[in-house]
Design a protein around this ligand. Structure first.
Ligand code: SIN
Length: 329
């Protein structure tokens, strides 16, 4: 064998092993979210990572970045489109730049309970909303629950007049802004990562959130009062980018979706449990006062906040609104 033949042989072998190494490199999937790990979404993300590690070992590697370590919710959708992360699940209140239709979920007192929210999300109308982000290059892979929101403040909130003149942090949603304006309060759109400090330093007077977020981020330690109001919904859409998702081999895409659905089911179970247990833990902590509204007091909030629906009906559409209302039956 000539030297030339030996060299050609060696080069081909090197190229072959290089291409095998390239082929074998696992697909990296970064999942970025803003909440703590001991929350419904935090648990869902961990479960997804575990299922993928079990079922797609060596093919896909999931890395989870909780607590806004990588991106806040104001940046994560942009990051998805740039390919800096591959999975996120912002609250439905944070999609305004991508679709206005999801604002329906922010309407105060729209759903009587989580069963109604679930029924609407799984209905044809609810599923069609997942597609509204597609024209922006995103793919809505499904919904996930957190739960009903409660209002916390430095002073007791029994009736809407108690909120007058107070500053409330809200997510970046015009519906939520209108909801607090309707009771004479001042809404301030701020990132989730800033809420604790804003409350602690009294730069704001209050905020609205679920029991699991209020507990995991210790908002109850810096708010003297929490009104058990169940006045609105905080749920999520799990999203990816069309470029990433459609570029995956079909079998991997199927497995990922299956793992995600199972992780979401677990997250929803955690959400249901935590809406009770985190509320109780906050009551037991005695760091704050949890206010239960009388029927008459609650009705006052409904009467003041519900007119907001009229303003947003032309944006979300009457048919969609009717479909959401009928989920309460
Ligand atoms: C979240 O649950 O993802 C954050 C909610 C918020 O911004 O208040």
């Amino acid at each position: 064998m000539s030297m030339k033949q030996i060299l050609i042989g060696l080069t081909s072998a090197a190229l072959l092993s290089l291409s095998m190494a390239v082929q074998a490199a696992p697909i990296k999937l970064k999942f970025s979210h803003v909440v703590a790990e001991n929350t419904p979404k935090g648990q869902m993300a961990i479960k997804f990572k575990e299922l993928v590690a079990e079922r797609l070992k060596g093919k896909v590697e999931v890395e989870v970045f909780p607590n806004g370590q990588l991106f806040g919710d104001n940046k994560v959708l942009e990051a998805l489109l740039l390919g800096d992360v591959q999975l996120a699940s912002p609250s439905l209140s944070k999609f305004k730049k991508y679709t206005k239709k999801l604002q329906i979920f922010d309407l105060p007192f729209l759903f009587n309970d989580m069963a109604a929210a679930e029924k609407f999300q799984q209905s044809e109308a609810g599923q069609s909303l997942l597609k509204t982000v597609e024209k922006k290059g995103l793919i809505g892979l499904g919904y996930m629950h957190n739960g009903m929101k409660q209002m916390s403040a430095s002073k007791p909130l029994h009736v809407p007049a108690d909120a007058k003149g107070l500053k409330f942090r809200i997510m970046s949603s015009d519906v939520l802004a209108a909801q607090f304006e309707a009771v004479g309060a001042t809404p301030l759109k701020k990132p989730y990562s800033e809420v604790f400090t804003l409350l602690q330093t009294k730069a704001i007077d209050g905020q609205e959130n679920t029991w699991s977020n209020i507990r995991s981020k210790k908002f109850y330690e810096v708010q003297d009062n929490i009104t058990s109001s169940d006045h609105g919904l905080l749920d999520y859409m799990v999203v990816t980018s069309a470029e990433f998702w459609n570029g995956l081999p079909a079998d991997i895409r199927t497995e990922l979706k299956k793992a995600l659905d199972e992780a979401v089911a677990l997250g929803n179970k955690v959400a249901a449990e935590k809406s009770q247990s985190d509320k109780q833990a906050i009551i037991d902590s005695k760091r704050t006062k949890v206010i239960e509204l009388t029927k008459e007091e609650r009705q006052q909030w409904v009467d003041m906040m519900k007119p907001v629906w009229k303003k947003f009906e032309p944006i979300v559409g009457k048919d969609l609104l009717d479909a959401a209302i009928s989920a309460n039956k």
